[in-house]
Design a protein around this ligand. Structure first.
Ligand code: 13P
Length: 253
């Protein structure tokens, strides 16, 4: 059985100021230094803070990613940011298909697949987010929804691409609500995701890291991270405060 290093990722969404970013990164960098060979810590600031975070993370094992990207490499797309631009400013990862992008910005399955491809083309590791809404869960559609979100990307890029990718299961009903999937509920879905990948390629499925996201906090992280198919967390609200975020990083050891 493959040993998978855990990831703790902080998605700051549209939060933060220059001052907050400065103090948050300084504290996280210091507090996470001792964990560097055990946990991969990745910060996802807003685009405008990417250059500052890049500078602050110099000589640190803490990594940076972006919250989305445009599928094109360049061109007349006012307001958009491309993969090559993100690479140029030190990003190593990029979130693709976050539920806020799918729902608030109407990114459908094909857009998500195009963005995933665009990330791989420039050497950014995509973190593909999948998850069901509350009505979908209540109608017993969780498995179908996750299967469809994952299958559309596998079809677009082939299973081999998942050697350079991470998956995040984020039940939409648990995001920013304080409701968390129990470790068992999350494990059930993580196992399904790994099984779907294993149906295409067993070794790739065993190696891919699957993060849980949705109201992860210092006090529930340990239970979630103890599950066999949960390889860390994608943290929203609790990543905006250094002490709590570092406690989550420590829970992953
Ligand atoms: P919360 O941790 O605030 O629920 O957000 C989860 C999330 O959307 C991370 O991408």
């Amino acid at each position: 059985m493959e040993k998978r290093n855990k990831i703790v990722a902080g998605n700051w969404k549209m939060h933060g100021s220059r001052a907050l970013v400065q103090s948050l990164v300084t504290a996280i960098k210091e507090g996470a230094a001792s964990l560097s060979d055990q946990v991969d810590v990745i910060l996802f600031p807003s685009f405008v803070h990417v250059p500052l975070v890049n500078q602050l993370l110099e000589n640190s094992a803490v990594m940076m990613g972006a919250q989305t990207l445009d599928a094109h490499a360049s061109g007349a797309f006012t307001g958009e940011i491309s993969g090559p631009m993100l690479i140029d400013y030190g990003c190593r990862y990029v979130l693709v298909g976050h539920s806020e992008r799918r729902h608030l910005f109407h990114e459908g399955l094909s857009v998500v697949a195009e963005k995933f491809k665009a990330a791989l083309r420039v050497g950014l590791q995509p973190i593909l987010c999948v998850g069901e809404t509350l009505p979908q869960r209540e109608q017993g559609l969780t498995e179908n929804i996750i299967h469809e979100q994952l299958a559309s990307v596998i079809e677009a890029v082939s299973i081999d691409a998942f050697q350079q990718a991470v998956i995040a299961y984020e039940p939409v009903w648990a995001i920013g609500t304080g409701l968390t999937a129990t470790p068992d509920e999350a494990q059930t879905v993580h196992r399904l995701i790994r099984q779907q990948l294993a149906d295409c390629h067993r070794d790739i499925a065993n190696a891919v890291r699957i993060l849980y996201g949705g109201s992860v906090k210092a006090d529930n992280a340990k239970g979630l991270f103890a599950m066999p198919d949960i390889d860390g967390g994608l943290i929203g609200g609790a990543s905006l405060e250094a002490t709590g975020f570092l406690a989550i990083c420590h829970a992953a050891v």
